[in-house]
Write a protein that binds this ligand. Structure first.
Ligand code: LMR
Length: 397
């Protein structure tokens, strides 16, 4: 019965974790998956999370089903973070928001919704993008195309090519954008570049789908949401998927959200109802523990402030690792420019290493990176950064 089934060889990012775990070398280094580890190489439990979890456990709480679209406090928290607390779109009640199973779940619910109501829409993702973007939209039935983005020559954006490309797309095409900390390249448009891009997107009547998984890891919560807020301020209908996996270090709790900024309150009511139906027939309602943790933190001013400081501490540690990596490599190979390490933002650096070089790092040094050359800087620490820099220098010389 199953002989015709094609084997799924595994995910290039998640599969790396399994390979890393199975590696017996004690000096191995995990720079694959987009996960933040602290300076001791451990997955942190944030202080704000500890406080809330202690509260929630004493006494243990009953676990009823949550509403299909999640807790109200959770949904509001997503909206406030993405748009800012007093945004007119929120006052006008024209934002539909549902809790989702991480950022991936938000993307899938959004993709299913768009495919059902706009089946002819084409979807465009950046070249390159997070591989799962393509799988999720293809899985929802779309043909997925790419738009020009990364320029390996300049380690920047092919900005003019990108603008020209967007100008010729059909109205109603969905453009998947990374508002901050582009995955995998770490290269973001400047604010003025965003202004230009969003003007074209608006004029051409394209639909921006903003996927923000690293809010707070670029500059700060508000600045990282610049592109989202700008698109909304320009009057566009905007899809936004967000994730708390990284910013709360709650990867396994699957805490994300999907928001759709609509034109009117009535539109938002219709969209909200259909998002709920999409969820009902897929997995019914979201898990409650992570939902309560997020909602409790975001709706308590002092925990909220504490949380932001904890995110900024993670951001700053990543930045210092970028500097250290750059410093060692520049010393080892002085005629080569490694300034891209400190220009790129968020967890990732697109190192420019070839698949063969990535493979050498893995086999000879036990250093695991994604085959496309993406390095998760958040896996570096004082104990391994010099080792990694020296190994890279050896490979590059
Ligand atoms: C990543 O890009 O490594 C993360 O978003 C984790 C994942 O699910 O791929």
């Amino acid at each position: 019965m199953f002989q015709h089934i094609e084997f799924y060889p595994g995910d290039p990012i998640l599969g790396l974790m399994d390979k890393y775990k199975a590696d017996p070398r004690s000096h191995k280094v995990n720079l694959g998956v987009g996960v933040y580890y602290d300076d001791d190489g451990n997955l942190p439990v944030l202080e704000c999370v500890k406080t809330v979890e202690t509260r929630l456990a004493n006494p243990p709480q009953p676990r009823p089903y949550l509403p299909m679209d999640g807790l109200e406090g959770y949904r509001k928290a997503c909206q406030h973070l993405l748009l800012g607390r007093d945004h007119p779109a929120l006052q006008q009640n024209r934002v539909a928001t549902v809790a989702s199973l991480g950022g991936s779940g938000a993307l899938r619910v959004g993709a299913d919704f768009i495919h059902q109501w706009f089946p002819k829409a084409k979807v465009y993702v950046s070249d390159p993008t997070w591989g799962n973007h393509i799988s999720i939209f293809a899985g929802a039935g779309f043909e997925v195309h790419t738009y020009p983005y990364y320029d390996a020559e300049t380690i920047g954006i092919k900005f003019d090519e990108l603008k020209t490309f967007l100008q010729q797309l059909d109205a109603g095409s969905v453009i998947l954008l990374h508002p901050c900390c582009h995955n995998p390249t770490g290269i973001d448009p400047t604010h003025s570049q965003w202004d230009e891009l969003l003007d074209i997107i608006k004029t051409r009547q394209l639909i921006p789908f903003m996927d923000i998984a690293y809010q707070g890891f670029g500059d700060d919560m508000d600045t990282d949401a610049y592109a989202i807020r700008r698109a909304v301020d320009l009057g566009m209908t905007v899809f936004i998927s967000n994730s708390f996996s990284k910013s709360l270090s709650l990867y396994g709790e699957r805490v994300g959200g999907l928001s759709v900024v609509c034109q009117t309150e009535e539109e938002a009511r219709l969209v909200q109802s259909q998002l709920k139906f999409t969820i009902r027939r897929m997995y019914s309602n979201p898990p409650s523990h992570g939902g309560h943790v997020v909602s409790n933190i975001m709706n308590d001013e002092s925990l909220f402030q504490q949380w932001q400081q904890e995110v900024y501490a993670m951001r700053d540690r990543i930045r210092s690792m970028r500097q250290q990596l750059q410093a060692v490599l520049s010393e080892k190979i002085p005629d080569r420019d490694f300034s891209y390490f400190t220009k790129q933002r968020g967890m990732f650096s697109f190192t420019g290493l070839t698949p063969a070089q990535v493979n050498r790092l893995q086999t000879e040094f036990g250093i695991y990176m994604v085959e496309n050359g993406r390095m998760c800087i958040a896996g570096l620490n004082q104990g391994n950064v010099d080792y990694v820099a020296n190994a890279m220098a050896e490979i590059l010389q």
